[in-house]
Design a protein around this ligand. Structure first.
Ligand SMILES: Nc1nc2c(ncn2[C@@H]2O[C@H](COP(=O)(O)OP(=O)(O)OP(=O)(O)O)[C@@H](O)[C@H]2O)c(=O)[nH]1
Ligand SMILES: [Mg+2]
Length: 235
């Protein structure tokens, strides 16, 4: 197996939909999932690059593994559930610190998932939302359901906190509006947009990492992550 050129890691509390987002993008479906054990990855070819996308376990008992998965990451997708405010707070309290091992140029995407369940979210309708910016990409035709607990402004405020935590200047990194997404793994809303926006952004980071010396990505040919099977840890 070819060694990946770069790595993207999904982080976030249990049940926010990390595995579902990845399966929606890679397998174009929304299967039943079981809570992830450890971590698992997919390999995606994007242009001439091979990018590994790591799904991690949100459960507290696997927390210690998070910084290992983040080592050398070119991008981290910090995922929360738009209908569960605590899941955004957890990103700041429990998950942001895990990204200390990521690449110095690491990009951060903030993703509010399960937007199909909220009153302001888009309705059902298959893979949609491939156009337009992440936060402006909703088509607003939902049947009323749950009151949305997290607003796009909350996610953008968190993005700015990340920049502060990383001591990055706003003018040196992508704008919050570009990096905050609302998605539905169930309907596919904005899922392609999320991953493909990130892939395009990650390519320059990969080139930068190459220019700086040997890659820091985990060598998946020599390390042995827990096996992923259709009914296994990633399903
Ligand atoms: N309605 C709806 N349900 C979703 C969505 N994404 C995930 N789910 C459901 O939420 C539950 C948890 O999804 P997972 O993808 O397993 O969550 P996870 O973040 O991987 O959880 P851990 O592996 O425990 O960290 C499952 O029952 C999914 O079917 C979504 O966009 N909309
Ligand atoms: Mg999972």
């Amino acid at each position: 197996m070819r060694k990946p050129d770069g790595k993207i890691v999904l982080l976030g509390d249990m049940n926010v939909g990390k595995t579902s987002l990845l399966q929606r993008y890679m397998e174009r479906r929304f299967p039943d999932t079981v809570s992830t054990v450890g971590g698992a990855f997919y390999l995606k070819q994007w242009r001439s690059y091979h990018i590994s996308i790591w799904d991690t376990a949100g459960r507290e008992q696997f927390h210690g593994l998070g910084s290992m998965y983040c080592r050398g990451a070119a991008a981290v997708i910090l995922t929360y559930d738009v209908n569960h405010a605590q899941s955004l707070l957890e990103l700041e309290d429990r998950f942001l610190g895990l990204t200390d091992t990521a690449s110095a140029d690491c990009l951060f995407a903030i993703v509010g998932n399960k937007v199909d369940l909220s009153e302001e979210g888009p309705g059902e309708g298959g893979q949609e939302g491939g156009q337009g910016p992440g936060l402006a990409g909703g088509d607003g035709c939902a049947a009323p359901r749950l009151p949305k607990q997290v607003q796009p402004e909350d996610a953008m405020a968190f993005y700015k906190k990340i920049l502060k935590y990383k001591m990055l200047d706003e003018k040196d990194v992508p704008a919050a509006e570009q990096m905050c997404f609302e998605t539905s793994a169930k309907t596919g809303h904005n899922v392609d947009l999320l991953f493909e926006t990130l892939f395009d952004m990650v390519v320059p980071v990969i080139l930068q990492q190459r220019a700086q010396g040997p890659p820091q990505t985990v060598d998946i040919t020599s390390s042995r992550p827990p096996a992923r099977t259709r009914s296994g840890c990633c399903a």
